[in-house]
Design a protein around this ligand. Sequence first.
Ligand code: SF4
Length: 255
Amino acid sequence: MTSQKKAQKSLKKRVSFLNDIQSQRLAFFVKALVEWFVQNGRDLPWRRTRDPYKILVSEIMLQQTNVEIVVPIYNKFLQQFPTIQRLAHSPLKEIKEITDQLGYKRRGEYLHEIAKQITFERNGQFPSNLDDLLSLKGIGRYTAGAILSFAFEKEDRTAAIVDVNVERVLGRIFGLWKWEKNVIFEKEIWKLSETIISKGNVWFINQGILDLGAIVCTAQKPKCPLCPMTEICMYYETEVPKIAPLDLFFPLENQ
Ligand code: SF4
């Protein structure tokens, strides 16, 4: 065998070894995440429904806003506008009286516009595929994926979600946290998110990543001792030894 052939063979072996490691990590991640979420996930009103209208309302309200602030306003909104048809026929002023309490004042317009699109242009039929969802006013790739995974539980790649929390959690676990936040990074994170949900359990996986990012793998001082991912997390392996021990042993008090 020539030295070139030998080098190719060794490279192939190395690539296949790395692929095996990555699929083992992915399998561990999915299992540990779902088990953790079942025990520790937050009980939120929009998690008790699969109604796409209610999921839509929650997702628009949650944009750049804390869960605690959203819950009472979400409940009040649905009491006043219990169906998408009711919302479509209501004056924008009444809608904004509630949604403007959350700041970022375009939310009311978006919700009203979407309600009218679905009620009058789509005969009340809520879209259940990525392209149709993206054609709605103010709906981007994240919100479309959230609606697909939380309302329709689609077990395909279009139900992937990526926001800053997902970027942080996946980036730390799978070793991308030092990458520059550019197009290549975005592409890799979306690919990772799509791979993770491609085998099913999408509702639990997407909700689980969001909660892991909100409760444990926080931006400042991640609470690694409480995390189910320490066995596979690359950030934990390389960065945590540099963190002061007290921050690790008393993470909750330091947040
Ligand atoms: S081990 Fe630490 S850094 Fe890694 S995912 Fe868990 S909380 Fe985040």
